[in-house]
Ligand binder design. Sequence first.
Ligand SMILES: Cc1cc2nc3c(=O)[nH]c(=O)nc-3n(C[C@H](O)[C@H](O)[C@H](O)COP(=O)(O)OP(=O)(O)OC[C@H]3O[C@@H](n4cnc5c(N)ncnc54)[C@H](O)[C@@H]3O)c2cc1C
Ligand code: FES
Length: 260
Amino acid sequence: MCNDNKRAKLESYILENGEISPGIFKMVVASNRMESIAKAGQFVNLYCREGSRLLPRPISICEIDKENNTLTFVYGVVGKGTEEFSKIKAGEYIELLGPLGNGYNIDEEIDEHIIVGGGLGVPPLLELIKHLKGRKKVYLGFRSDSYLIEDFEKHGVQVLIATDDGSEGIKGTVLDLLKKDKARGKMVYACGPKPMLKAVADWAKDEKILAQLSLEERMGCGIGTCVGCVVRIKDGDTWDYKKVCVDGPVFFSEEVVWDV
Ligand SMILES: Cc1cc2nc3c(=O)[nH]c(=O)nc-3n(C[C@H](O)[C@H](O)[C@H](O)COP(=O)(O)OP(=O)(O)OC[C@H]3O[C@@H](n4cnc5c(N)ncnc54)[C@H](O)[C@@H]3O)c2cc1C
Ligand code: FES
């Protein structure tokens, strides 16, 4: 997977920041050329202004707009940091460091793609689908309210939905959806909670389809110094610790040693 060391910490002007679904916010920032090197599946560290919240919050790049020089993030309010972000108004500034991590591996030879997202793992898949050539189908799982569906559909892809409460799409998990639809393709790209990723990895193995998983591990520094984000990755007959923030967040599923 590609890993580009060019990155910058910037004060970025916020063009838009608002709620798009209950508890889910979309922030568009002037990216000061960060968009020129950013890739689908990479993330950016967003910094809080409140001094007690020193650690940055890693948020995936949801859309890269090279024409208008903007980046879009879509984030759920889950704690103090994301709550602070949700209150920032358009016209204010936010400190960002990025782009970080490796991003998805895009092989031009592959022409059948299965894209799988769950909960707060959905945003990076929107930029990804723009770069995949050939047949692509998107499978998304939510607790209840979905988001970004029309944004995916704008790119001409079919989106199938599963919700825990059955309020949209089928009642069940995204794995139920993959099985019900008899999903087929040559590469799976997934992002979401770890138990979902493990289930998708097992399914892809049974179906003999390669899978790339974005592990949204809990992070500290986000730049490789604190060792707070390590996962076990296979290395021949043994395994080694890898940092999700610099070696990932995207890994091929057969490399991952699961601890869930
Ligand atoms: C590579 C990557 C990409 C991500 N992309 C998105 C995205 O596009 N949209 C989105 O809504 N969320 C995303 N997340 C999760 C997001 O980083 C957390 O929800 C956020 O950091 C929570 O911060 P908080 O202060 O609101 O919560 P708190 O629980 O108060 O956070 C406390 C500390 O734990 C860290 N933390 C808590 N949850 C997570 C988590 N799941 N992952 C990493 N660190 C965490 C925080 O950064 C903070 O330092 C991503 C996580 C990673 C690792
Ligand atoms: S989050 Fe600090 S090393 Fe990865």
